[in-house]
Ligand binder design. Structure first.
Ligand code: NAG
Ligand code: NAG
Ligand code: NAG
Ligand code: NAG
Ligand code: NAG
Length: 556
């Protein structure tokens, strides 16, 4: 098992070397600190619409919104927390404040720009909401504020590490139906969807230009099957508004295509799509399975399915009914999930499997330094449960990639050697290193293979540029411990020593030993299962013959 283990361990090692040379001491800070920037509509609006000149039709800052958690109405369209609240919590951040809140000062944690009722098309509820493009302009304002608080490099790091959550489109499709508009006489459904997607793409690219790299999207719900959609169908009971759901499907297909294209087009761009369509359909059709009693009818509102948007009685229609216990319902009002449903959503977005969220889940996004080029390959082999059950799920979740310079690696290897021999006695260190060096060569062999892959993927010119600057590697996070059992070093296996080593790195800002020390306890059986996974992945990356050669050459 030498080959794989060292392969993985040394990638970790090199990684840390790189980090130390560039002074990014973040590994010793809370590792998962990332900022969250939130764009979109009412599913994400935490109260921006409280501060714009609009009407109560586009606000939720009155009873009974918010009452089950906040005990007052914050502007969130739910009985309690919304999806970004839970995501922030999982990412160990406080709730992300609405950007327009007069007391906003949360620079290093992010900002929420979302606006209830908003769409990707400027025309959607124009003048009443903050459309996506205007949200983008607020983000640019935010950046100016940020640059007053942090130096350039810090700001850049913050923006590139941040996760950009975007949920948009529902309003663009719903509005024509509620307005009895003739828009679909001028545009085909496909053309209309293209307009929405084009506007969204524009905004994604702008955020990318500003340094954003990690984007999390929700695709669209089966819009015609929400209480609002069913109410629109007033004549036919218990039926979804199929024309509306058809638009969701078109949109979702286009979204997924455009994001794949962007990933190819934009270096380092990574995305995640949470399959809202499936998540909601499952809960609408099978509420009991997910702990709800009612999946079709909303908790708050009036009319068929309580699908008429009157919750709170402050909009054009004043009558509304409120259920006793919102937690029994999937929907709180005509289109918005209850806090309980939001929580389920957020949990799936955070750590769900590739059948629900992919190519990444958000947890993977919040880990530092995920490699842009090779990592996606890992997660995109979505043989789902297989993947996870074999043990690679954990591996993938915690997988981190790092940029390293080969020359720096080699020079710092010497440093590592010195540090290591301080920790172990000389004989032990020598044994360890003699084995390590052999594997270093094997790694170089891997690098060459990878370089070849890069050339195929990027073309000669781009690959050359990239390779001149950096290598993209895969490594294991600090949560996964890889054994150096063959070193048989009792010193390395003492947990206290491991802790001391960590401390040393933190003090010295040399990432070396600590990460190396993390390469410790992993059972042989688990290693074997990782290895099998690795083999499978490898055979997808290289052709069969190549993979075989590679594996036969590895020293086990
Ligand atoms: C708010 O909007 C209303 C109606 O659109 C308009 O009459 C009013 O002047 C606006 N107020 C402000 C402060 O912009
Ligand atoms: C988006 O859509 C509207 C049409 O409603 C258009 O006027 C606007 O310029 C488009 N572009 C962006 C980036 O929002
Ligand atoms: C929608 O428009 C059509 C034709 O323009 C009209 O016949 C119909 O009554 C309208 N429906 C509503 C609900 O306004
Ligand atoms: C509300 O419903 C949930 C889910 O069925 C249940 O766990 C909870 O006890 C209920 N609360 C009250 C006050 O009845
Ligand atoms: C490690 O040490 C133990 C006991 O000292 C010995 O039995 C075992 O064979 C050693 N393993 C290796 C791989 O050297």
């Amino acid at each position: 098992m030498m080959g794989l283990r060292f392969y993985l361990c040394f990638l970790v090692l090199f990684t840390s070397l790189f980090i130390s040379t560039h002074g990014l001491g973040h590994l010793c800070l809370p590792e998962e600190h990332v900022a969250l920037f939130i764009f979109g509509d009412s599913l994400f609006d935490a109260g921006n619409n409280n501060y714009i000149n609009t009407t109560t039709d586009y606000q939720a800052n009155y009873e009974p919104y918010g009452e089950n958690f906040f005990k007052y109405s914050t502007g969130r369209y739910s009985d309690g927390r919304i999806i970004p609240d839970f995501i922030a919590e999982f990412a160990k951040l406080p709730f992300i404040t609405p950007y327009l809140h007069p007391g906003y000062h949360q620079y290093t944690d992010g900002a929420n720009f979302a606006s209830a009722g908003a769409g990707a098309l400027a025309e959607t509820r124009q003048g009443m909401v903050i459309d996506l493009k205007t949200q983008l302009s607020y983000f640019k304002n935010f950046e100016r504020l940020l640059s007053e608080k942090l130096d350039d490099a810090e700001a850049k790091t913050l923006l590139s590490r941040a996760v950009y959550l975007i949920n948009i489109g529902s309003n663009d499709y719903v509005v024509p139906f509620t307005r009895n508009s003739s828009i679909f006489q001028s545009y085909s459904q496909e053309e209309y969807v293209d307009m929405v997607i084009d506007n969204l793409t524009f905004v994604i690219k702008e955020i990318y230009e500003e340094g954003g790299r990690k984007f999390g999207f929700l695709n669209l719900a089966p819009l015609g099957c929400l209480p609002l959609g069913r109410a629109l169908n007033s004549g036919k009971t218990n039926e979804c508004k199929h024309e509306l759901t058809a638009l969701s499907k078109l949109h979702n297909k286009a979204l997924s295509e455009v994001l794949q294209n962007l990933e190819n087009e934009l270096n380092g761009f990574r995305y995640s799509i949470a399959d809202t369509y499936t998540i909601l359909s499952e809960r609408i059709n099978n509420p009991l399975k997910y702990g709800f009693k009612e999946g079709n009818i909303a908790c708050c509102g009036i009319g068929p399915y309580k699908g008429i948007n009157s919750c709170g009685g402050k909009r054009s229609i004043k009558e509304y009914e409120l259920c006793e216990n919102a937690s029994e319902y999937v929907f709180f009002d005509t289109v918005h999930p209850t806090e309980k449903a939001n929580q389920q959503f957020a949990e799936l977005m955070w750590s769900g499997t590739p059948d629900i969220i992919g190519p990444y889940n958000l947890k993977a996004f919040t880990l530092p330094f995920i490699t842009p080029l090779l990592y996606p390959g890992y997660y995109q082999y979505t043989d789902g449960t297989n993947f996870a059950s074999a043990g690679a799920g954990a591996l993938v979740e915690t997988n981190q990639g790092f940029v390293i310079e080969l020359k720096t690696q080699l020079s710092y290897f010497k440093n590592f050697e010195r540090l290591l021999s301080k920790k172990l006695d000389d004989a032990e260190a020598k044994t360890l290193l003699s084995k390590a060096v052999i594997d270093l060569k094997t790694q170089l062999h891997y690098f060459k293979k990878l370089a070849k892959l890069l050339r195929t993927k990027l073309g000669d010119e781009e690959a050359k540029k990239l390779l001149a600057r950096a290598f993209y590697l895969i490594s294991i996070s600090s949560n996964d411990y890889f054994a150096l059992s063959t070193s048989n070093s009792s010193a390395l296996q003492k947990p206290t020593l491991r802790k001391n080593m960590w401390k040393e790195i933190c003090d010295s800002k040399l990432g070396t030993i600590g990460l190396f020390a993390n390469c410790q306890v992993i059972e042989l059986k688990t290693q074997l299962s990782y290895f099998k996974n690795f083999e499978r992945l490898l055979s997808k990356k290289l052709d069969d013959a190549e993979a075989k050669t590679l594996l036969s050459k590895v020293v086990y």
